[in-house]
Design a protein around this ligand. Structure first.
Ligand code: SUO
Length: 445
């Protein structure tokens, strides 16, 4: 049986904007209030999806969420017609209003944690949407993420969907951005590495001082239990609190893994030596390539600015690996030199491909944030809703859809235009037909 890793990229929604909502995420705060381009953001994302499809990867699309989120504004006491709710919230509580307009569901690495059937006790692929409790604008995502994932992986024989963890900081869960899976082959049981930022129930343990640790140890453990993972194929490792305080708000800003490679920064973790020995022991006889980037080669600051580690590490059809990097890496001489040298070393990584995803980068989301990985065998892949898988026709159709519905420019002030709500709902209604998702949005239920 053949096994592949499918990347499901988030399609950028029509309200993509820069509102400075993510304390601890340097790019989000420094680009607050800049004018965005939802149309070019969506097209940059689609171009990356199409390029990966053309490289021979199986590529999927994950639909965006309904924004502005009128249902949440009603829960918060704003009333009247949908237009009145919007106008009232925008004038009475502009910050809350901006948060319910965020297109942050585009970063699908935070949509869920996924464990492939090779790792789970019942042999099914398990999905748990991330509760994203640390940021209000992101905490609005899990229910709709769950419905969209159900509509994409809609077969109880192969796919198991869990409810997101309790909505509380103790169980703060950021999904696959803090989860890496190493394996000798996508179809073999692997080692699932859960990286957490702090212990929720033990304040004596190390924790960041300046910026929040979004993922807790207890949340990571709950996901491993829900997914039926064994001790022998899980490792829990703490992120170095000092790098969280330098803007590494998710582990995928400082490390990325694929198959037998873990590419990481020297300062990424705590107890690195001991934990890597555990990873190697659980991985088995074949050696893991632990590719460490030292602080001398690339500083944490450069890593945060360029997203060197928020890259996709993909196994190409010839068995070698390629790095999918943002153009910010190419523009930084130290990082560009590092990558040029890396591909000449004796490791599985042989190529680097640069992509312009600047619209997403300005909010702190690189190529890896934009995708959710799902390792599947042939039978499971055949059970995935085929309308969400990228091909030439879907690429053309989605580009036309973006051209028809998206604005070229959007400023924070434009978010209170009632017309934007109508445009967004019209676009999403049509999208659910293109992707054959059925009714997934609050306005459709
Ligand atoms: N994995 C990348 C996630 C980036 C995301 N940025 C944001 O939500 C910024 C939105 C804004 O500031 O408008 C976050 O921090 O969770």
């Amino acid at each position: 049986m053949k096994h592949v890793e499918v990347n499901f990229d988030g399609l950028v929604g029509p309200t993509h904007n820069y509102a400075g909502l993510s304390f601890g995420n340097v790019a989000s705060l420094s680009n607050a209030k800049a004018t965005s381009s939802p149309k070019s953001a969506a097209k940059q994302g689609l171009a990356k999806m199409k390029a990966l499809h053309d490289m021979g990867m199986v590529q999927g699309v994950l639909a965006p969420q309904e924004r502005p989120d009128i249902a949440t504004l009603r829960r918060l006491g704003f009333s009247g017609s949908d237009g009145e709710v919007l106008i009232r919230a925008a004038s009475q509580a502009p910050q809350i209003f901006q948060a319910v307009c965020s297109a942050s569901s585009m970063w699908t690495a935070n949509a869920a944690t996924v464990s492939p059937g090779a790792d789970t006790a019942d042999g099914k692929v398990h999905f748990t949407p991330a509760n994203l409790t640390n940021k209000f604008h992101r905490s609005l995502e899990p229910q709709t993420s769950g419905r969209i994932l159900q509509a994409m992986f809609n077969n109880g024989r192969y796919f198991e969907h869990h409810t997101h963890l309790p909505d509380n900081e103790h169980f703060g869960d950021e999904g696959a951005a803090n989860h890496t899976r190493l394996c000798s082959n996508y179809g073999h049981a692997g080692v699932e590495i859960f990286t957490f930022g702090r212990y929720a129930f033990d304040s004596s343990k190390p924790a960041p001082q300046k910026y929040p640790a979004r993922q807790t140890f207890e949340a990571s453990q709950a996901i491993a239990r829900l997914h039926g993972l064994s001790d022998e194929n899980t490792v829990f490792i703490q992120q170095n609190p000092a790098v969280i305080d330098q803007g590494v708000f998710h582990n995928d800003v400082i490390a990325v893994g694929n198959q037998n490679v873990l590419f990481y920064h020297q300062q990424a973790f705590l107890d690195t030596e001991q934990k890597f020995a555990e990873i190697q022991r659980k991985f088995g006889d074949e050696p893991v390539h632990f590719i460490e980037v030292s602080t001398n080669e690339v500083s944490v600051e450069d890593a945060v600015q360029t997203y060197l580690f928020n890259t996709q590490l993909l196994t190409m059809q010839d068995g070698h690996m390629a790095i999918i990097a943002p153009t910010e890496c190419q523009e930084n001489p130290r990082v560009a030199a590092y990558l040029a040298e890396l591909v000449t070393r004796n490791t599985p990584i042989r190529q680097v491909h640069y992509f312009d995803v600047k619209q997403s980068m300005r909010n702190g989301g690189g190529p890896a944030c934009l995708r959710l990985r799902v390792a599947l065998n042939d039978t499971e892949l055949a059970a995935v809703n085929p309308a969400v898988l990228m091909n030439d026709e879907l690429f053309a159709r989605l580009n036309q859809w973006v051209d028809k519905h998206y604005r070229d420019e959007l400023s924070v002030a434009d978010l209170s235009d009632p017309q934007l709500l109508t445009e967004s709902r019209t676009a999403l209604d049509e999208l659910t037909q293109i992707l054959k998702l059925g009714s997934v949005y609050p306005f459709q239920l």
